[in-house]
Design a protein around this ligand. Sequence first.
Ligand code: TRP
Ligand code: ZN
Length: 456
Amino acid sequence: MRISLADAKLVRCMGAMVAVLTICIASAQQRGSDGLGDRLYPRLGNGGYDAQHYDIALRFEPQENHIRATTTITAIATEDLSSFNLDLHGLSVASVMVDGGSAAFERVGSELVIRPAQSLTRGATFTTAVDYAGVPQPIVDPGASFHKLGWQTWEDGYFAAVSEPSGAMNWFPSNNHPSDKATYLMRITVPADLVAVANGVLAEVIVNDDSARSFVWRMDQPMASYLTIVAVGDYIEARDDSGPVPIRNYFPAGTDADILSGYDITHEIMTWLIETIGPYPFTEYGVVVVPGYPVALETQTISTFGDVAPDPLVIVHELAHQWFGNSVSPGSWEDIWLNEGFATYFMALYHETHGPQGAEFLFSSIHIDLLPPGDIEVAELFGPGVYFRGALTLHALRTEVGNAVFFDILREYYRRHAYSLVTTADFITTAEDVSGRELDALFDAWLYGEQMPSLP
Ligand code: TRP
Ligand code: ZN
């Protein structure tokens, strides 16, 4: 095609206009998005940066359930940014500093919108320090209806922040989505007669001038925000250093002997899981018992339990999550069966290897159709379809490929994806690679089929 001179000029002129417009629009809109597009939780997390490390220095006044904190986040910009968001629910923000300079900020619902004095360049590492205070407001989350989430008071003067999925944002600002794992340092300062328990290893206990103590906890492996825990109370540490991984449990002073001894079995379960899956992902393990806490949660390196004698199967479930969920983590909430189906199947395997009943025992009470675990809505996040049909998916796979190949699949899936993010497709790929078989039909039927296939 021939272009006349006039046309060519017009084209060039239009080209220039488009370029100018693009620059204007781009510079006006270098805003990090206010969500990561999670199908179930579109507003959780934020776009434009990748959090690397959280340093949370928090002082707690139990009388008023009041916190005052500075959270400093090291992140890498993944876009040019004139502004970006953190997730923070309630509390009042006193100041925000980006790279040491004061930054403008605005609160919009559970979003903290930050506009640094100078725009950030894609690829740059930057720090954001948020100073804030207040009484944390527990969060109602449609995915977890058993209790409110985040920092709150439990019974007998104990406090704990348990968060899956969205609760972490009621006590520290973050990129509150499991696709952005980071390391943590938490320095929790409490009155001298109390103990603060958190994730990782206790690096230091500092006695301050005013006799309050700071408990400094380091979590050096990546962790999702929903797996953070802080528990404060009159805690006693109980250690067992005789097994493959140091175990330290935190029990409320005066806890009944049958609750304490219920955890003796942890060491044996740990040994079995290491043999079955691979090395334990972290340096230490244990539980923190929170009076009145109604369920259990696999908070990283230190699972949270209530103050009742523990069911060994729940110990198995939460410990199995340290591999499946905490080290190998789904990057979106709709893949939660990769956590709960796996942890539940280990309960069945424990039955088989440690008790009189086979793996089927766990499923013998299921006579109804369970919803497909691969295709869920928020209210079904922690429902029986995810837990039991998820576990049955693994049982169906095992029945199909045989024992030896099945356990090779589990080990290989763990080995490939330790400390990182996965999707359901990653598990199917590993299962097909290791078995040398085409398994789409099986996974389609179990994960997505409207009707539950019959039990294998
Ligand atoms: N992941 C937990 C488990 O099965 C269940 C759970 C989800 C939960 N959200 C929670 C427990 C919030 C306590 C609080 O082990
Ligand atoms: Zn679970």
